[in-house]
Design a protein around this ligand. Structure first.
Ligand code: GLN
Length: 286
């Protein structure tokens, strides 16, 4: 079997051409552009057999990231397993937003809640080496993946097992970020995500259960002036802004991803002076 035949086999199975090229490029350790110019390159028999098996798994809906065991996020190659959600390009936007607010953060302590593969925490650690990063996850298996990634990439993150803020009693942060599960139970997209952990995807009947928990716990764990930035579903912006406001956060805003879908909402704790100003305003009018 050569490269062209492997790509033809992929097409026959209904596997996306780009996925098939990624798979071949992974096994041959060559860029995709090389494949195009070398479609008569013969594949060693064992490689051809492995690729045939993996194309069949891809055709059955297994994410390519699980098949090859890795996915790139913010320029970092992360190991992934079915214990963690596959990092999505949309989530890079949350990292960009975090980098944007960091210069004004009241402290260089940052927490990534529900870190999964460690994607967000590690991306921040790689861009801002002086940050003190903490990452939590309820899943021990997910934390093992995240710890492995931190070790391999040589990035320092303190990991803590537990649900959302639970393992962080008494700790206050200068910034908090999370890409929690936010898909509603019974959502029409879930069958397409069946190979990923349900615990990383779904959150109650409206998909907002975990976002509510995170918003409610924020004031006890954010320093004055600290931002909380959350990823969510395209129709959840108003609900998330409302829950942040109800928790006492200000400057709440929602941002769209590159596809134009509302994707992230943030708010920050009032700064100390700001809280006093608000009290004065209330008094003046009251
Ligand atoms: N963005 C993912 C999807 O719908 C869901 C990730 C999440 O729930 N955090 O494909």
């Amino acid at each position: 079997m050569d490269v062209a035949q492997a790509l033809a086999a992929a097409r026959a199975l209904g596997v996306d051409r780009l996925d098939a090229q990624w798979l071949l490029s992974h096994h041959l350790q060559r860029p995709r552009s090389w494949l195009l110019a070398h479609d008569d390159h013969p594949l060693p028999k064992a490689t051809a057999q492995l690729i045939a098996e993996q194309l069949a798994r891809r055709a059955a809906g297994v994410p390519l990231a699980y098949i090859v065991g890795e996915r790139e996020f913010c320029g970092l190659v992360l190991h992934v397993s079915p214990a963690v959600l596959v990092p999505r390009p949309e989530t890079e936007m949350l990292v960009d937003w975090a980098l944007e607010v960091l210069p004004e953060a009241p402290a260089r302590t940052v927490v990534d809640l529900g870190t999964g593969s460690g994607a967000i925490a590690l991306a921040l650690a790689s861009r801002e080496p002086d940050l003190q990063l903490t990452a939590t996850d309820a899943s021990a298996d997910a934390l093992a993946v995240a710890r492995g990634n931190a070790l391999r990439l040589g990035l320092a993150v303190a990991f803590a097992q537990g649900s959302w803020w639970a393992p962080l009693v008494g700790q206050g942060f200068g910034l908090a970020v999370a890409n929690p599960p936010y898909v509603a139970l019974g959502d029409a997209h879930l069958p397409a995500l069946a190979h990923e952990p349900a615990s990383a995807l779904t959150a109650g009947a409206d998909g907002l259960d975990d976002l509510r928990t995170i918003a409610a716990g924020a004031p006890a764990h954010l320093l004055p002036g600290a931002w909380l930035l959350l990823e969510h579903g395209h129709d959840q912006g108003p609900a998330v802004r409302a829950m942040l406001a109800a928790a006492g956060l200000v400057a709440t805003q929602t941002r769209k991803d590159l596809a134009g879908f509302a994707r992230c909402t943030g708010g920050r704790m009032p700064a100390i002076g700001e809280a006093i100003d608000e009290d004065l305003t209330t008094e003046a009018h009251g």
